[in-house]
Design a protein around this ligand. Structure first.
Ligand code: SF4
Ligand code: SF4
Length: 451
């Protein structure tokens, strides 16, 4: 029976419970994939300014070498995932937005030769916290749960207003993995338990936070048990392993913070740090640790490949820049794919083509034959989208206004900019209205209007 605390470990408003669909891959260990012949490494894989290429056509590069330099405070470095030769620099389709962005295309020489100073263990006993944050910045670490926000910025927040809190008291490792069909974080938690605890202890050290939490949905009882065991020994002081109710979007930052601490991130641009919290997904925490302890740039990531169109689904450690096409062919994909998704089925983005490269924020590739693409109908005013919106928004009104091009009214009267695009409203809508699609469209129009 759940304890009183366990019953509370969820968010108060809205949410849905879609079919989990994790059975086909949750028991499959992460396998390291062979490097492809060619990688296409995008210069924009993160929120913020794109990186600028610092290599030229025909340059020889080593694995882990800087090939794109961060531009500005909110930006991230990009590194070569292979050793080889730069074939060309060209515009490629950005997954998931579909925009064209610069990419460095590298032919793999198969030598797997690391750049000097990369992938070597570092003595961190004399490193101060500033040097640790700098190591994370150098390594180009960004949020790997999907948001792709540069991690060094989160580790070193700057208050925008003097009155805002910028002190981190609680570090949260996000092991919810609430997206259906994705299981690579689950596997990472089972296979790298001690390393994730070490990563959390490092992040607590950097930020000076006194409390650490590892939040995991109760559909992963083996991961909860593994962390309880790992934190019962030595480094678990001040670290709590909290089972979370299986409820989407439990892994969204705001919902996770409320579930674990009872605090609410303020609306209108509030950040987790304004309530003393810092949240990192499990893969991101490991990448932060790798950057600090092993001088390892972010050039690979865990990935779930699943869906009824995939012959051999599984969990893989995949190099950034590998094309979806390569991965799907390798795993045996059916001819008649009706829907290809980058990410999970709730927040992921449908792809028009498989010729897109993997980026740091991609946690899944889902290929489906049996996907039913229904026609959307007029709103029947059932109110289910409102009931299930975790942020208490009115997606019904927003979608109708968006259909009529009333972008500013959506923003000013219905707070469309607060929407986190979780997809609960579209999922629950009996009229199959593409509410999230309309919201994204509205935000893009507003961004253009605001210049
Ligand atoms: S996508 Fe936006 S409007 Fe829809 S349920 Fe999620 S937060 Fe609410
Ligand atoms: S769930 Fe769909 S049909 Fe019902 S109120 Fe919302 S938009 Fe309208």
């Amino acid at each position: 029976m759940a304890t009183e605390f366990e019953r509370k470990a969820t968010f108060p408003t809205g949410g849905v419970h879609p079919p989990e669909g994790k059975e086909s891959t949750c028991g499959l260990a992460l396998q390291r994939s062979d490097a492809p012949q060619t990688v296409e490494v995008l210069m924009q894989q993160h929120i913020g300014a794109p990186a600028a290429p610092v290599v030229n056509r025909r340059d020889e590069v080593k694995k882990g070498q800087l090939i794109g330099e961060a531009r500005g405070f909110i930006s991230a470095n990009v590194h070569s995932p292979v050793s080889g030769k730069v074939k060309r620099i060209e515009n490629r389709i950005h997954n998931p937005t579909g925009k064209a962005v610069a990419a460095v295309v590298i032919d793999n020489d198969g030598e797997d030769e690391w750049a000097e100073g990369c992938n070597v263990e570092r003595d961190i006993s004399s490193m101060d916290t500033e040097a640790m944050v700098s190591a994370v910045r150098e390594a180009g670490v960004v949020g790997m749960g999907g948001a792709a926000f540069p991690s060094h910025v989160k580790l070193n927040p700057r208050p925008q207003e003097p009155s805002q809190q910028s002190e981190v008291t609680d570090v949260i490792i996000n092991g919810a993995e609430c997206e259906p069909m994705l299981t690579c974080d689950h596997r990472l938690m089972l296979e790298k338990t001690a390393e994730i605890v070490d990563a959390l202890a490092l992040i607590m050290h950097i930020t000076g936070a006194g409390n650490g939490y590892i939040g995991i949905e109760t559909n992963k009882p083996d991961a909860i048990a593994a962390f309880r065991e790992a934190t019962a020994q030595g480094r678990g002081e001040n670290i709590s392993v909290i089972p979370l109710q299986v409820r989407y979007p439990q892994g969204a930052e705001q919902q996770l913070i409320t579930a674990l601490t009872g605090r609410e991130v303020p609306s209108g641009g509030g950040l987790p740090v304004h309530v003393g919290c810092l949240v990192h997904n499990v893969a991101t925490a490991l990448a932060i640790r790798d950057a600090i302890r092993f001088c390892k740039p972010l050039i690979e990531r865990p990935l779930t490949v699943a869906g009824d169109a995939v012959g051999e689904p599984g969990n893989f450690i995949e190099l950034i820049g590998t094309s979806f096409e390569h991965i799907l062919r390798r795993q045996g994909v059916a001819e008649e794919v009706r829907l290809l998704i980058s990410g999970g089925p709730m927040m992921g983005v449908a792809q028009a083509q498989a010729d897109v490269p993997l980026i740091k924020g991609n946690s899944g590739i889902i290929a489906l034959c049996a996907a039913k693409i229904s026609e959307q109908r007029a709103c029947i005013r059932c109110g289910r989208c409102v009931e299930n919106c975790p942020l208490g928004l009115m997606p019904n009104m927003i979608s109708v206004l968006c259909e009529n091009g009333l972008w500013e009214e959506s923003r000013d009267r219905y707070q469309v900019m607060e929407c986190k695009e979780c997809g609960c409203c579209s999922y629950i809508c009996p009229a199959k209205r593409r509410i999230v699609h309309m919201i994204k469209w509205c935000k893009a129009e507003l961004a253009q209007m605001e210049g």
